[in-house]
Design a protein around this ligand. Structure first.
Ligand SMILES: [Zn+2]
Ligand SMILES: [Zn+2]
Length: 233
C-alpha cells in the first residue's frame, strides 16, 4: 500500500509519458489510448512456429531450433519509436509496457507449456557497459516478474558488436551463428524449458542461434517471445 502511494507521489511529480507519442498518460499507463489503437496487433492468421503472419513466415529459411516464437504487435515505423526510446535510454521503463504487451500473448499461446526459466538475447559486453543495460534483458526481467518465472542472466553471451539488422537475410543467419556463445556453467539448464526473450523478431536468426546454443548444453526445449515482429510488405 505504502509502495503504491509512493509510486503515485512520484507520478504526480514526474508524470508517466506514452512510450510512442510522449503525451502524459494516467498513473501506471505507458501508452495513450490513441497510440494503443494504432498498434497492429497481428489479428490475422499467424504461423504457429515463427509467430509471424503467414505471408511473412521465416520458417523455411533455416533449420529451426526453437519450438515456437510469439509476438504481440508489428514492428513498423510507429512501434520503432518506442523501441528506440528503450534502446537509447530515453525511456527505459518502456520495457514495462513491452512486457505487459507480451504477457497475455505468452500466457495464451504457451498455456500448456511448463516454462522453467526466462533468458534474454545478450548484448555485446562493451556495448552493454556503455549503455548501462541490455534492452532485451529489461523486457525479460519485467516479464519474469509478471509471469513469476526466474530470470537467468549471464548464460548467453554476444562476442561481436557487428549490427545484424543492417545485413541481408543470408548474411544475418551466417553472422548470427558466429556472434553468440554460451558461458561455461550452464548446468542448471539441463532438462529445462526456456523462454527466450528479445525485443524484435526479424529473420529469427538471433533467437534461433541462441536456442541452438541452449539446446547444445542440455536445455530440453526453447520457446521464444518478443513484443514486436517485422512483416513483409
Ligand atoms: Zn501515445
Ligand atoms: Zn513461420
Amino acid at each position: 500500500m505504502r509502495g503504491k502511494l509512493f509510486k503515485r507521489l512520484i507520478w504526480l511529480l514526474f508524470p508517466q509519458r506514452c512510450v510512442f507519442c510522449n503525451k502524459i498518460t494516467g498513473f501506471e499507463e505507458y501508452c495513450c489510448k490513441r497510440c494503443a489503437e494504432q498498434l497492429n496487433k497481428l489479428d490475422q492468421p499467424i504461423c504457429k512456429v515463427c509467430g509471424k503472419p503467414l505471408k511473412s513466415c521465416v520458417c523455411s529459411y533455416q533449420k529451426l531450433f526453437f519450438r515456437r516464437c510469439v509476438s504481440a504487435a508489428e514492428y513498423d515505423a510507429f512501434t520503432e519509436r518506442g523501441v528506440l526510446k528503450l534502446k537509447t535510454g530515453i525511456q527505459r521503463d518502456a520495457a514495462t509496457y513491452f512486457a505487459a504487451l507480451l504477457q497475455p500473448v505468452v500466457e495464451r499461446e504457451y498455456d500448456k507449456i511448463k516454462l522453467d526459466y526466462i533468458l534474454a538475447v545478450p548484448m555485446e559486453r562493451n556495448k552493454r557497459r556503455r549503455q548501462g543495460y541490455n534492452h532485451a534483458e529489461e523486457i525479460a526481467k519485467e516479464l519474469s516478474n509478471k509471469l513469476n518465472l526466474p530470470f537467468l542472466p549471464g548464460i548467453l553471451m554476444r562476442n561481436s558488436a557487428v549490427p545484424l539488422h543492417t545485413m541481408d537475410r543470408e548474411e544475418r543467419i551466417r553472422q548470427a551463428s558466429l556472434c553468440y556463445e554460451i558461458s561455461s556453467q550452464p548446468s542448471r539448464l539441463i532438462g529445462k524449458t526456456i523462454l527466450l526473450v528479445d525485443d524484435v523478431v526479424t529473420t529469427a536468426s538471433t533467437l534461433n542461434r541462441c536456442a541452438e546454443l541452449l539446446l547444445s548444453c542440455g536445455a530440453a526445449q526453447v520457446y521464444c517471445a518478443a513484443p514486436f515482429t517485422t512483416l513483409l510488405k
